[in-house]
Ligand binder design. Structure first.
Ligand code: TRP
Length: 330
């Protein structure tokens, strides 16, 4: 039986956080044997906000290095840059013409980002979801692992695929969003009511994958807690401690009850040091690999060129079928 297809991507912006690592990267790695995986770096999507060109280039490589350093194997999965597979931009345009203004206006990410970048509400920000639909549909993906915040975009992708199939006959596989339970809720260290985000501007709110052990220790020690002094899971009333417990539990494979027992009678200080050490230990091999990769841009180039070739073969077929069906000579 053919393996099911997975496609996912991360935008080429900012440094990845522990939240991305646990919620996205670790899950990507887990799925590589069971599925035929396409992992993309969404550098075209990054243009919807004004970027420094050198920084965008460097961020693209950083995400690529993070994919590999966290265990995505370029021989098993197809890792590629969105910009190198031209079919993305092309199918994105076609899908723009099959997406209604009303649908795009309802996207919560568009509303949030327009509020945040009120001086630059560009058309790309608006049609962002059609480009993303193209990313997914080009590979006939069955499943799209993403965070809760992207679910609406995957649902729109389904609607577009169904609309197109109805008009022109079977063309696209209808993809399903896949939101992993583990790690979906890693929250900010300073604002534990909001998801840990690489775009957070609050100091010490996020653990970055590139943070040194000292920085990790410092940030965890500064994490917001409460005045109870009891390590107990209570998301509603103790969001800070519960978040640290969640991180610790995932990294050490312990249940919340086991963690409560382990730190019974101990203060938050001891608990925080244990959490920080668990993070440091988890990221140590990542750091080593990441630094090696970033020091070897030639190897990274080889990987993305190889990935682009593999991805293009599949994407080209889908786009050809689409163009043939709608009367575009290609
Ligand atoms: N929009 C996604 C995000 O911000 C990134 C992305 C682009 C993506 N294309 C995709 C995710 C296709 C999944 C599938 O997180």
């Amino acid at each position: 039986m053919e393996k099911k297809v997975i496609l996912s991507g991360i935008q080429a912006t900012g440094d990845l956080t522990l939240g991305n690592y646990i919620g996205a990267l670790k899950n990507f790695v887990k799925m590589q044997d069971e599925y035929n995986c396409y992992y993309m770096i969404a550098n075209l999507h990054a243009l919807t906000v004004r970027r420094d060109p050198d920084e965008l280039k460097n961020n693209t490589l950083k995400i690529l290095a993070s994919y590999i350093a966290s265990g995505i194997d370029p021989d098993k999965s197809t890792i590629f840059l969105q910009s190198q597979v031209h079919e993305h931009a092309e199918l994105g345009w076609v899908l723009d013409c099959y997406t209604y203004m009303g649908e795009l206006s309802r996207m919560t990410q568009f509303k949030d980002k327009s509020a945040k970048h009120a001086d630059n509400i560009n058309a790309g920000l608006f049609t962002y979801p059609s480009l993303m639909a193209g990313d997914i549909l080009l590979y006939q993906a069955d499943l799209v692992p993403t965070g809760e915040d992207q679910k609406q975009h995957v649902e729109l992708t389904r609607d577009l695929a169904e609309r197109f199939n109805k008009l022109y006959g079977d063309t696209f596989k209808i993809p399903k969003p896949y939101i992993p339970k583990v790690g979906a809720r890693i929250m900010g260290l300073q604002d534990p009511k909001s998801k840990m985000s690489k775009s957070s501007t609050i100091p010490n709110d996020t653990i970055l994958l590139v943070d040194t052990p000292d920085e990790i220790m410092k940030k965890v020690k500064k994490a917001v807690t409460d005045s109870d002094g009891i390590v107990k899971y209570d998301e509603e009333n103790k969001p800070g401690i519960s978040n640290l417990m969640e991180i610790y539990g995932i990294l050490t494979k312990k249940t919340m009850e086991e963690i409560e027992k382990e730190f019974e009678g101990e203060g938050y200080g001891t608990f925080k040091v244990a959490v920080a050490n668990a993070i440091i230990k988890e990221l140590e091999p990542f750091h080593k690999k990441y630094n090696e990769l970033m020091a070897n841009p030639q190897y990274l180039e080889e990987i993305y060129n190889k990935g682009a070739k593999k991805a293009t073969e599949v994407a080209r077929k889908t786009l050809k079928d689409v163009y043939d069906k709608i009367g575009i000579i290609s």
